[in-house]
Design a protein around this ligand. Structure first.
Ligand code: RB5
Length: 144
């Protein structure tokens, strides 16, 4: 069965989101698009909440969130219980946040990286498995 990815963006990220949705579908993923889908100014935490709810409830295996820098989306997402959101600007960060942090939400900055890089980062994030072991022990400490 194909994995479901929940994806959201603010006005700074919605064009990247549209490209990423097509990219993810071409790779066989199911996609839940929570918006926004226009250039009108919106508040990024609203869309972070929607994506994080999908991931925390199990409706989606992973989330992807895009704003201008990716910073606001990551700050907002990490307020949610059970969410480990990682802002990634390169492939090494995407790989290691899956290997070591078991990140379940990927945050991207549309004003920071090229759209092609965003696609490559998403691919790396989604294809990399968590290593577990000592890294699980460290993640467990998040919930003290
Ligand atoms: C919107 O202008 C911008 O603040 C937002 O997209 C994001 O970069 C916040 O972290």
């Amino acid at each position: 069965m194909s994995k479901t990815i929940a994806i959201g963006a603010d006005h700074a990220g919605y064009l990247y989101k549209a490209r990423l949705i097509e990219h993810l579908k071409s790779k066989g993923f199911e996609v839940v698009n929570v918006g926004t889908d226009a250039a009108d100014s919106v508040d990024y935490p609203v869309f972070a909440d929607k994506v994080c709810d999908c991931v925390a409830s199990g409706k989606a295996a992973f989330g992807i969130l895009i704003c201008g820098t990716g910073i606001g989306m990551s700050m907002s997402s990490n307020k949610h219980k059970g969410i480990r959101a990682a802002l990634c600007t390169d492939l090494v960060m995407a790989e290691y946040t899956r290997l070591h942090n078991n990140a379940n939400v990927l945050c991207l900055g549309a004003r920071i990286i090229a759209c092609e890089m965003a696609e490559m980062i998403a691919d790396k994030f989604l294809e990399t498995e968590f290593e577990g072991g000592r890294h699980q022990r460290r993640i467990d400490l998040f919930d003290r």
